[in-house]
Structures are given as C-alpha cells and as structure tokens.
Design a protein around this ligand. Structure first.
Ligand code: SF4
Length: 155
C-alpha cells in the first residue's frame, strides 16, 4: 500500500473551507501506522519547539460538548491553537474525514466519496496500525523523557 498515493486521492485542501468544524472528531484513539508515526515524530521534533510539544502533549484534552457530556481530544490536538499540531502529516483516518460515508463533513460540503475506502482500510489494517496514545507511550518525545535523576539519588 503506497500511503502517498492514497493520500493524493483524499485532497482535503481542494474542498475544505478550513472551518475546523471537524475538529470535534479529533477524539478517541486515532490510529497510525509505523511510517505515519515516523513522519509525525519527525514533524514534532523538527517543526515545533520542544516547549510547544511539551505543552501539547501534556495539556488537558477534555472538552465539554454539552451539559454532562465531555470528549477527550486526540493527544496531538493543540487546544490552545484549536488545530491539529501535525496536520501536514496527519494519518490516513484523519485524511478520510469527509471522503467516506461513515465520516461525513460536518458542514456538509460535497466531497467526493471514495468508494474503495473499505478496501483501503482493510489494506491499512495489514500495516498494523496502533492508536496514537500507544505510539506516544513508546516514543521518547520531549514530554515523555523521564525526569533527570537527582544528583543526590543513589544509583
Ligand atoms: S492527528 Fe490531528 S487530525 Fe488526526 S485526530 Fe489527531 S489532532 Fe485530529
């Protein structure tokens, strides 16, 4: 499966108005495959200041949608900027939003439905995607590095 070729069939930029209404879908355990995760971590290391990565990965992601109903945003969602912190390198599921029947555009812009999406997802599943929180737990990003040992600590 050539991910770049699949991404090219989901040209969000051509249809999206940038309204951010879909951000509410940036919740739950969004999956990514190894190649996607490598791009995401490179982006976090190269394009963002460590202090921002630390803030994004440690900020409270809970958001009250309605009285008594709270969602938790994706760990990569920047609550301060109200945007995905890795949008340029977001994984396939995020790119499918609006292009598949089961994730329609929330403001009902007419995006072309990708008919072969179920087949794409089956092929994607063979690449062994993992939820982003699991990748984060396994990756030594700035916010995940263990605290330095105290110089008074006995080895
Ligand atoms: S990776 Fe970005 S676009 Fe995808 S769910 Fe997380 S915040 Fe949203």
């Amino acid at each position: 499966m050539d991910l770049n070729e699949v991404y090219d069939r989901l040209p969000t930029e051509r249809y999206c108005s940038g309204c951010h209404a879909c951000a509410i879908r940036c919740s739950g355990d969004v999956p990514a495959v190894q190649a996607e995760w490598e791009r995401i971590t490179e982006h976090l290391r190269e394009s963002l200041a460590p202090v921002d990565v630390l803030r994004i990965l440690t900020e409270d992601k809970r958001f009250a949608v309605a009285a008594g109903y709270t969602i938790e945003f994706c760990p990569l969602y920047d609550m301060k900027a109200k945007a995905c912190s890795v949008y340029e390198v977001r994984p396939l599921v995020c790119r499918m939003l609006g292009f598949v029947e089961w994730m329609p555009c929330p403001i009902e812009r007419a995006l072309p439905v990708v008919d072969e999406a179920p087949d794409l997802m089956r092929a994607y599943a063979r690449l062994r995607p993992k939820p982003i929180p699991q990748w984060l737990a396994e990756t030594p990003l700035p916010a995940r590095r263990p605290a330095p040992r105290s110089r008074f600590e006995v080895a």
